[in-house]
Design a protein. Structure first.
Length: 152
């Protein structure tokens, strides 16, 4: 059964689908940044091992650049995490709106069904009342006497 809430419900469902996709992209981006940062940390560790074994190999520039990259990635990951949290909060609000409209649509359907059932019951009651009234009318009428036909 169509309700006046159906267009709003479709819009909110589309919004939730878009929100779900956005959250997935943001979560993937955050995971990628975390993996990249972990790879740099591991690379720094292995390069430190190599540099400590050979004093003639200058690694200061590499370590400075790697630490700066790791710091940038940590900053980017924090920003991505904040965006993800904001998207999740917005999704919770959107889901609440969606549930409210779904509840309103369900209530509308229940009320419409109840109104139809009440109308059907009223129609049945009217037919029953009309039948009872007809029976009472027939019971009050004097019977047609056949004496009029006997007198002739």
């Amino acid at each position: 059964m169509k309700t006046p809430y159906d267009p709003a419900l479709r819009v909110l469902q589309r919004e939730m689908d878009d929100m779900r996709a956005s959250i997935g992209v943001a979560a993937d981006q955050l995971a990628h940044l975390e993996r990249h940062r972990a790879a740099i940390t591991a690379s720094i560790g292995s390069e430190q091992m190599l540099a400590s074994s050979d004093w003639s190999m200058p690694a200061t520039a590499y370590f400075s650049r790697a630490r700066a990259e790791r710091k940038r990635l940590a900053h980017d990951a924090a920003a991505a995490s904040t965006r993800l949290a904001a998207l999740r909060d917005k999704a919770v609000e959107s889901y609440g709106s969606l549930r409210a409209v779904e509840t309103a649509a369900d209530d509308y359907r229940e009320n419409a069904t109840r109104a139809l059932a009440n109308a059907d019951q009223a129609r049945i009651d009217d037919f029953a009342s009309a039948r009872i009234a007809r029976q009472l009318r027939h019971a009050r009428r004097p019977p047609l006497s056949s004496s009029a036909g006997d007198a002739a």
